[in-house]
Design a protein around this ligand. Sequence first.
Ligand code: SF4
Length: 414
Amino acid sequence: MNSDDLAKKLAILADAAKYDASCSSGGAGKRSAGKGEGKGLGSLTGGTGICHSFTPDGRCVSLLKILMTNYCIYDCHYCINRASSNVARARFSEQEIIDLTMNFYRRNYIEGLFLSSGIIQTPDYTMEAIVRIAKSLRQDHHFKGYIHLKTIPNASPALQEEAGWYADRLSINVELPTSQSLALYAPQKNLNVITGTMTRLDDRISEARAAKKPARYIRGGQSTQMIIGADATSDKGILSASVDLYSRFKLRRVYYSAFSPIPGGGSALPAKPAPLLREHRLYQADWLLRFYEFQLDDILMGADGDMLDLNLDPKLAWALRNRQMFPVDLNRADKSLLLRVPGLGARSVQKILSIRRYHALRWTDLIKLRLPTQKIRPFVSVLDYSPPVRLLEKDALETIIQPARQLNLFENAS
Ligand code: SF4
């Protein structure tokens, strides 16, 4: 295979992989993968197939993010790679993926591999190939980088579990939040089969942790992805499904991917994309549920039609509905109340709790801590500062809080 052919395959299969949000990929480059700048394989400026993700210890790593193939025997309506889709198809050989990964890794272009695939022949046939690639990387090539593998729905449990010996993270996508939606839009998938896989993997992870060997067994845990806006499920329904997945299977992440219409997707699907801002609000709400001690009812109390407010981040929306709770005295409030102050992150709260053990906080301490004083000033009090009551009035807050603006996918957040 010459390098031009390999580059064409890489362009197709990296582009096809960009629709999977289940490795946190950074920024605009993600969805323009495959439209590189003509600098050939491994050109980081072209960004072909390179995405970013976070390891279990919080490091941001560059990954080669590709599909083994975008052929698929399944016909999920929302997927560009479904059997009836009219897209250019390609398939890497197992050796090509191993060589690409090792070449990029040795040149320091990547620190790991995110590998997924359409389903060819049978789920087991596909999963066997994925496992062989990962096994060869680890055992034949002594690859020490990060590996995130997608498990194939309906593949045999033994293969899915074997993948865990070579992967840092495994993901299996629930895709849609309800079994009814899955039956409608992905009839070959079954939510019980998917959650059955999650249960088994969670059991194996727990056994490995208990036995303390091998320490590597899926040490980054499991994750999943939900497409939002393809069906009519409300934000409450989506977040309820996430809460359930986090608690039952100890998932590390649920990724949300705003539905985007695809050519020939059929009339059952919406003609318009779901707002990216909805995806963003769901991530914010998900974060509040996991790290800020919020309950689902707190976030959705008073919400219009069980949907998050697109114009306000959910923490700020909660604060505005509960203005009687403010200002919060940063020298006395307990941790759970500090976590509810708009503009205070979990780390800032930790610093506040540490400092106030030694002395009472003043406004200058907040500046030294580099807190967003403009944003927090209506909501907090310290030894030498208390906000005027008028600051918590709606009109005053509106001048402080800039209305949210939807970012374009190809626009830098900065
Ligand atoms: S199984 Fe995966 S690749 Fe195949 S059509 Fe469904 S979502 Fe797409």
